[in-house]
Design a protein around this ligand. Structure first.
Ligand SMILES: N[C@@H](CCC(=O)N[C@@H](CS)C(=O)NCC(=O)O)C(=O)O
Length: 292
């Protein structure tokens, strides 16, 4: 019996080209078809009530409501703005490939900041209405530092530095291969962002400078911009929640409590104000006490 290679070799050039092109077309159609099928399956969601935000996020975290600071941010915003919402926990990322995201009356929105902008417009929410234009500017700058700079040190301590990873492995609730993939991806992102190219010592100094700036700026204020919380508090709290409650195994587990007590107090205040059900929103079932 002739093998496929023999049959192929017996063909003339034009037939070979036809075979190869045909093979490529069939492969592309199969891949596209399978992807469409999977997408259709992903869209077959539950029948959610109208006028309720569906917040898609990964599962709860052990000591804070999520391991993802952006999910803590978005959920805190939904609570601060008193918007009805339901969580849908799973590993389905947004159309931009990230967590966290929302759906509102069938409309999907990716990126926590764009979700907030969308809801502000749709529902006429303005959590910054008591701020002057200058204060809005400062709040925006603080949010950008927390999310676009401070966040990367969380990423680096989680994916790059040689710390005890046992907490992370159990907190992510994924297998060892997936854990390796997540960390590898994060490491690549930190490298592209730039902060991942510094030594651990250099990065740790920068990390502490961010915390010091936040600490100096908040001072004795109750919230970021004064007595009343504003939108940027959601983002700042989202990030700080990770350093305060879920920085375990990094060698800086209690950094907020020990070095920046006003930031620790701020985290506690945000938790008390917006998360009365905190203990039901964490998998450990009780607030972590500082360890020495
Ligand atoms: N700017 C985005 C950032 C979201 C983000 O970076 N999420 C991380 C988890 S903390 C993520 O989904 N990473 C997965 C990936 O990048 O593949 C937002 O505000 O939603």
């Amino acid at each position: 019996m002739q093998s496929f290679v023999d049959v192929f070799n017996d063909l003339d050039t034009s037939q070979k080209v036809l075979y190869v092109v045909g093979g490529i077309v069939v492969s592309i159609v199969t891949v596209v078809g399978l992807r469409r099928l999977c997408r259709k399956k992903r869209k077959a969601k539950k029948d959610y009530p109208r006028d309720t935000v569906i917040h898609y996020q990964v599962g709860r975290g052990p000591y804070a409501p999520s391991m993802t600071p952006f999910a803590v941010k978005l959920e805190t915003y939904l609570r601060m703005a008193k918007i009805p919402y339901q969580n849908d926990h799973g590993f389905q990322p947004s159309s931009k490939g990230k967590f966290t995201w929302i759906e509102y009356n069938g409309q999907a929105v990716a990126d926590s900041t764009l979700c907030i902008e969308f809801l502000n417009k749709k529902l006429g929410v303005d959590l910054n209405k008591s701020l002057s234009p200058a204060d809005r500017g400062i709040a925006q700058a603080m949010q950008a530092m927390a999310e676009e700079h401070l966040y990367w040190f969380l990423a680096l301590f989680r994916c790059q530095y040689d710390n005890d990873k046992s907490f992370l492995l159990s907190a992510y609730k994924v297998g060892k291969f997936m854990f390796w993939m997540i960390r590898r991806n994060l490491k690549k992102q930190a490298w592209s962002q730039g902060l991942g190219r510094h030594t651990e010592e250099e990065a740790t100094d920068m990390f502490k400078k961010d915390l010091q700036s936040l600490s100096d700026f908040i001072g004795t204020k109750k919230f970021l911009m004064g007595d009343e919380p504003c939108e940027a508090d959601c983002a700042v709290f989202g990030q700080l929640s990770q350093f305060y409650w879920q920085f375990i195994g990094t060698g800086h587990d209690n950094i907020l409590k020990d070095k920046y007590p006003n930031l620790a107090a701020y985290c506690e205040r945000m938790k008390e104000t917006f998360w009365p059900d905190w203990d039901q929103c964490i998998t450990h079932g009780g607030t972590r006490k500082a360890t020495k």
